[in-house]
Design a protein around this ligand. Structure first.
Ligand SMILES: Nc1ncnc2c1ncn2[C@@H]1O[C@H](COP(=O)(O)OP(=O)(O)O)[C@@H](O)[C@H]1O
Ligand SMILES: [Mg+2]
Length: 212
């Protein structure tokens, strides 16, 4: 089993957000999650990413139950990709050793090659949180490249395309398709059309999941 969540409870300051969530995903399953703003979608993904610890219940991801171990098995793409104040290269590799060949392969999959090769400093161009020369779509594709480079079996997408206009969206969607193929995916989106490839879709409501 790739993801196993059983009777998961989570509260912020004693205010419960998740009230007994259960979810099973096999390897390669694509799960969609919808729900109104504030219902707890990002909280659930952060638990699946090992960024938070379950207060009660089980979260098991690719065989790991401890947050430190879970983090190694998961790559997450968030809504507004945060870049480090560093080069494009370092933003993708996160400092882990990677051959030039693999790096360019990842850039190609993330639809970044054309843009990067047009930059005077190429892949060593400095970007940052306020990197004025990087558009939202480019930052999102760098974040997707980082997720591809991590080569994790489980991919978590938190509104990964919602901040994009239609023009950049198609390049990012193609990049996402390359990232998610043959991996286990949990895709949170308020746009139903981005969930068309999902094998199952749930609505999160009142701290519980309902299959649609
Ligand atoms: N770090 C936090 N501290 C306190 N409350 C939080 C925190 N993060 C989120 N919440 C609250 O938990 C609820 C669920 O938030 P979130 O998981 O971000 O929902 P969604 O992603 O569905 O919009 C909201 O009411 C939100 O205000
Ligand atoms: Mg959210």
């Amino acid at each position: 089993m790739s993801i196993r969540v059983e009777n998961l409870w989570f509260a912020y300051n004693n205010v419960p957000v998740l009230r007994g969530i259960s979810l099973i995903a096999g390897a390669g399953d694509h799960i969609g999650i919808v729900g109104v703003s504030g219902c707890g979608k990002s909280t659930l993904l952060k638990l699946l990413a090992g960024l938070y610890q379950a207060q009660s219940g089980v979260v098991e991801v690719h065989g790991a139950c401890m947050p430190d171990d879970i983090r190694k098995n998961v790559a997450m793409v968030m809504q507004n990709a945060a870049l480090f104040p560093a080069s494009i290269r370092d933003n993708i590799t996160c400092g882990h050793p990677m051959s030039e060949e693999s790096l360019w392969h990842v850039c190609e999959a993330a639809q970044l090659t054309e843009w990067i090769t047009s930059l005077p400093d190429g892949i060593d161009t400095f970007v940052g949180e306020r990197g004025g020369k990087v558009s939202g779509g480019q930052a999102q594709r760098i974040a997707i490249a980082r997720a591809i480079a991590k080569n994790a079996p489980v991919i978590l997408l938190d509104e990964a395309t919602s901040a994009l206009d239609d023009g950049t969206s198609s390049a990012v969607l193609a990049a996402l398709d390359n990232l998610t193929r043959s991996r286990t995916v949990v895709n949170v989106s308020h746009r139903h059309e981005t969930l068309s490839g999902c094998s199952r879709i749930y609505r999160l409501d009142g701290g519980r999941l309902y299959e649609l």
